[in-house]
Design a protein around this ligand. Structure first.
Ligand SMILES: Cc1cc2nc3c(=O)[nH]c(=O)nc-3n(C[C@H](O)[C@H](O)[C@H](O)COP(=O)(O)OP(=O)(O)OC[C@H]3O[C@@H](n4cnc5c(N)ncnc54)[C@H](O)[C@@H]3O)c2cc1C
Length: 255
């Protein structure tokens, strides 16, 4: 039997881990078949065609009977973007739990950007990023960032040593870059919607890296049902559409 992946490393310190799963491809099929008081006990080509039909026609409710639970460790800027899916993930808004720096004083971990990892601001768009920055600029920014993290940590620890509450001392930490850990539980439909948006060309590259890990983990459990919702293959560079300027919220600052 093929070993299913359950934890995929992402960025320099992060990961996505599949913690729990309810259902499989047949769960989605049988949620649809109940309309005709029918149930399939094995997955075959008729079931595959049914899933493709459901996905193509936007009959999404059967995909809500399958549920996935992930643990994610990612910079806070990624968590902020991901959090926007809690409504579709679970209509009680409860399917998100995160570690708290009001209590957790573990050593903070920050996203390091290597000298060749800096991207320029795009020429014709207000969001996203463009070509790599020149090597000398990258060297300087990476050094500045490392110094900034070191100084912030010093100030954070000094505040705690001076008796400040951890819940306040944390304001010294560079939050966008700081890794946080959370659990996200979502229906297969919500996972598909997240992937549709965050694998798109206009998604920030950091969250797109996490989306690829989510896609790999989800596809291992729901190969046909997920394929009915989103493409499971990587688009080639030429096939990728140019991003729409301000596709979502004109003029708004992107989280
Ligand atoms: C490139 C990009 C840039 C973005 N920039 C910004 C930004 O600058 N600022 C910002 O705040 N957000 C931004 N977002 C987040 C965006 O506004 C959405 O919140 C996010 O993409 C989640 O999409 P959603 O609302 O469709 O998903 P979900 O909340 O998961 O909802 C899934 C679906 O459920 C339905 N639904 C959800 N809630 C309701 C409701 N209350 N009433 C009726 N139907 C509902 C809709 O059909 C929705 O598509 C950005 C997203 C992307 C991809």
């Amino acid at each position: 039997m093929t070993q299913l992946p359950d934890r995929i490393p992402v960025l320099d310190h992060g990961y996505v881990r599949l913690v729990d799963v309810m259902g499989d491809d047949l769960t989605v099929v049988n949620a649809a078949k109940v309309s005709f008081d029918k149930e399939a006990s094995r997955f075959g080509s008729a079931e595959e065609r049914l899933l493709a039909f459901l996905g193509r026609e936007g009959h999404t409710s059967p995909f809500r009977h399958a549920v996935l639970s992930f643990e994610i460790y990612a910079p806070l800027m990624v968590a902020r973007q991901w959090w926007k899916y809690v409504v579709g993930s679970d209509h009680t808004m409860e399917a998100w739990n995160e570690s708290s720096r009001r209590y957790v004083t573990e050593e903070p971990t920050f996203l390091a950007i290597q000298p060749d990892g800096w991207r320029s601001a795009p020429q014709n768009r207000k969001q996203g990023s463009g070509e790599p920055l020149p090597a000398d600029v990258g060297q300087r920014l990476s050094a500045d960032l490392a110094a900034h993290y070191a100084r912030s940590l010093e100030l954070y620890e000094a505040a705690i040593a001076a008796g400040a509450a951890v819940e306040q001392a944390r304001v010294f930490l560079p939050a966008y870059a700081m890794y946080v850990r959370w659990r996200w539980t979502a229906s297969l439909q919500a996972v598909g919607h997240f992937l549709d948006q965050r694998l798109a060309d206009d998604a920030q590259r950091e969250i797109a890296a996490y989306a690829r890990a989510v896609r790999t983990l989800a596809a291992a459990r729901f190969p046909h049902a997920l394929a009915a919702l989103v493409s499971l293959s990587e688009p080639s560079a030429e096939a990728r559409p140019a991003a729409e300027p301000d596709a979502v919220a004109p003029g708004a600052e992107r989280p």
